[in-house]
Design a protein around this ligand. Structure first.
Ligand SMILES: NC(=O)c1ccc[n+]([C@@H]2O[C@H](COP(=O)([O-])OP(=O)(O)OC[C@H]3O[C@@H](n4cnc5c(N)ncnc54)[C@H](OP(=O)(O)O)[C@@H]3O)[C@@H](O)[C@H]2O)c1
Length: 309
């Protein structure tokens, strides 16, 4: 008989001093101009569906939709302000995109200066139509990042109540340690899925466990490649290896990919990229799947293309 575990908690305290998030996070980068072009009412409907399913944490960045996604979400929140205290908002800053919406940007670059972070936070607050951000992430490590300067800004934003918690994204373990040495970081949001084994080998997940900071996994479903890239050898191997498990647990491939991540002891938090209600529900249902250790390694072997040494 398949092993159905008691439902994993739908919430998680992401680090010892961190916020409580939903175990599955809704990423909004494709809700607006970069994908689905949902209007304000459709944003509101989707936000409410997520909340109904217990997906209470929403992942933003200033740049999503070429700097328009936070505003889309904020306009939906304005229609029902009472939703704000039922959710947690994550946003990011530090990347400067070249786009007609930011005519002053001449070169794609990173900016982690005091001036830029303070401006970006004020702008995110205004766009999102909120008084506070639950978690602010530095979106990408910059070679010019000054840890003392960032720590000082974080402390100021926290004192002012504008940002409750801080973290980073796409940081190496060494970059994470540099900043974590100055200021409390509650997560590293990284690309993490069955077809991206690097964080398992480069110390990223070890450091997360050591510090008890749950990593947030972006593109947990390979950004959709596993459903489309059917000529790729790793995709073919994973699909072949998954067959028996899909049948045994009566689940879909996207749910198995999530169950594989959720089994890891670092408490990986998947950040979904879909705007489809049924896929959000399927992801929440995946919290009930507890694959065996051997099944985990069967998928790992398929991903790597060889058995473990
Ligand atoms: N920190 C960073 O640097 C960073 C970078 C990138 C992304 N992110 C965050 O991570 C979030 C997720 O990224 P992602 O969109 O790459 O995540 P993802 O969940 O791995 O991929 C979403 C894609 O997979 C497709 N998909 C999902 N289930 C499917 C199924 N059963 N069959 C076919 N296609 C399926 C979706 O299609 P549908 O749209 O049709 O459902 C969508 O195109 C973003 O929203 C953003 O918040 C962060």
């Amino acid at each position: 008989m398949p092993k159905i575990a008691p439902m994993k908690s739908n919430q998680i305290k992401i680090s010892p001093n961190g916020p409580i998030f939903s175990r599955i996070v809704a990423g909004v980068w494709k809700w607006g101009a970069w994908g689905w072009n949902l209007n304000t009412q459709q944003h509101l409907t989707l936000i409410k569906k997520c909340l109904d399913y217990g997906v209470t944490t929403f992942d933003h960045a200033d740049i999503y939709g070429d700097y328009t996604s936070e505003g889309d979400f904020g306009r939906a929140l304005k229609l029902e302000p009472s939703l704000r205290n039922k959710m947690q908002i994550v946003t990011k800053c530090g990347i400067k995109l070249i786009t007609p919406n930011r005519p002053s940007h001449k070169v794609k670059s990173y900016d982690t200066s005091k001036k830029h972070i303070l401006w970006s936070v004020e702008n995110s607050l205004k766009e999102l139509n909120t008084d506070y951000i639950d978690l602010l992430l530095i979106h990408r490590p910059s070679p010019l990042m000054n840890a003392d300067e960032i720590a000082e800004i974080f402390q100021r934003l926290k004192k002012e109540g504008k940002v409750l918690h801080f973290g980073v994204s796409n940081f190496t373990p060494s970059q994470f340690k540099l900043l974590e040495n100055r200021v409390d970081l509650v997560t590293n949001q990284i690309e993490l899925h069955l077809m991206r084994p690097k964080p398992f080998f480069d110390g990223t997940l070890d450091l997360c466990q050591r510090l008890r900071t749950a990593p947030m996994a972006w593109s947990p479903l390979t950004s959709g490649k596993i459903f489309k890239d059917l000529d790729s050898k790793p995709v073919r191997r994973i699909i072949a290896a998954a067959g028996d498990m899909l049948e045994k647990y009566n689940i879909e491939l996207d749910q198995l990919l999530l169950a594989w991540l959720l089994k890891h002891p670092a408490n990986i938090i998947p950040v979904l990229g879909t705007a489809r209600e049924e896929r959000i529900k399927a992801a929440v249902d995946a919290l009930e799947i507890d694959i065996t250790r051997e099944e985990w390694f069967t998928l790992w072997e398929a991903s790597l293309g060889k058995e473990v040494p």
